[in-house]
Ligand binder design. Structure first.
Ligand code: FE2
Length: 350
């Protein structure tokens, strides 16, 4: 309970950003009695704000594929339709499991329940704690992605890939779930979209220092993905390429080779180097750090697509340049658009 008491002020501020108010109902989901101190702190914070709270703990997931770490979209909540129905009636669901990519999450969101995922360690939550102004910047980025017809990014290692855009919306993650039906991640800080079906072509070459999730591993040598019509056709390189290839192959699923979301990080409080000493969370520092281009493979259900697979790689890349249509938006890892900069950087850029 000590940990929960320490987290209470932080979680109360987070729930205030989520606009929890009196008489709202907040549901909390855990699994296998993990993150109980988070559940206690969120519960106490929600009560302080006048909300009604309930907490459900599911048994540890034993279903198909449970033995394979890193599978997404399979949590066991599907075996509990009554619980899904209860969460649909909530104003806010605190997900302390990881429902992302699951059918159950989409159903709960469709019922206008706000969803907040929280699985990062306390120190990360405190350091990356969201600012109200993050929402403005990430929403601006979302609109830019939705206006663009193409996204192209390059790096010095030979990356040159183009995404045709327009088929799918963009999604904003700014760290708090404030609007009805909005899903968010405490913590985050980027928007992303997806290429049209068959509309991603080119080459992506990872450089040393780029990060591969869920491995939580910095790439040590170049990895070359050849992409044709939205599918990874080949993966070449040394040890890192072999690990990625074997991992994807282990799913025995052609959909694993689809191209997933694309965007770039805006969170100036997130740290590229965090993984050196902190591996407890799922790596939101790496995904959100300022100026990274977040390339990814696998499912696109998150943006409304039909490529359904449990194999998902998120790959934050450093020092890339990115164009939306013909406008250079990120130059070698530096964001050039003033409205996307945090206030401090925007002031010093003047
Ligand atoms: Fe992802």
């Amino acid at each position: 309970m000590d940990t929960a008491m320490k987290l209470l002020p932080l979680f109360r501020r987070e729930l205030e950003l989520c606009r929890v108010h009196p008489n709202e109902t907040v549901g909390i989901l855990t699994q296998g009695l993990e993150r109980l101190e988070y559940a206690q702190a969120f519960s106490a914070a929600a009560v302080e704000l006048g909300a009604k709270v309930f907490h459900v703990d599911l048994p540890s997931y034993q279903g198909a594929g449970a033995e394979l770490a890193g599978r997404v979209g399979q949590t066991g909540l599907g075996d509990h339709p009554l619980v899904v129905e209860a969460f649909k009636q909530c104003d806010l669901l605190i997900d302390l499991v990881f429902l992302l990519f699951s059918k159950e999450q989409l159903a709960i969101q469709a019922a206008n329940t706000r969803i907040l995922l929280c699985v990062e360690p306390p120190e990360t939550l405190a350091r990356m704690f969201p600012k109200e102004s993050d929402k403005r910047r990430v929403m601006e980025q979302k609109q830019m992605l939705e206006r663009a017809k193409t996204l192209r990014f390059t790096n010095d290692a030979g990356t040159d890939v183009t995404y045709e855009l327009g088929q799918y919306p963009a999604v904003a993650e700014y760290g708090f779930a404030d609007d009805p039906g909005h899903w968010d991640h405490f913590t985050s800080g980027f928007a992303f979209t997806g290429g049209n079906d068959d509309g991603v072509n080119g080459v992506v070459v990872l450089q040393p220092g780029d990060i591969v999730f869920p491995f939580k591993r910095y790439v040590q040598e170049p990895v070359r993905f050849t992409i044709h019509k939205g599918r990874v056709e080949s993966i070449e390189g040394g040890l890192d390429a072999t690990i990625i290839s074997q991992y994807m192959k282990s799913f025995d699923d052609p959909n694993a080779y689809g191209i997933s979301h694309i965007g770039f990080g805006l969170n100036e409080r997130a740290r590229w180097d965090a993984l050196v000493t902190e591996t407890r969370g799922i790596g939101m520092d790496g995904r959100a750090f300022f100026g990274n281009v977040l390339f990814s493979t696998g499912p696109n259900a998150e943006i409304g697509g039909t490529n359904d697979t449990a194999c998902h790689l998120d790959i934050p890349m450093c020092n890339c340049s990115l164009w939306l249509d013909d406008v250079l938006v990120v130059k070698r890892g530096e964001i050039l658009v003033p409205s996307l900069l945090p206030n401090e950087l925007a002031r010093s850029a003047k």
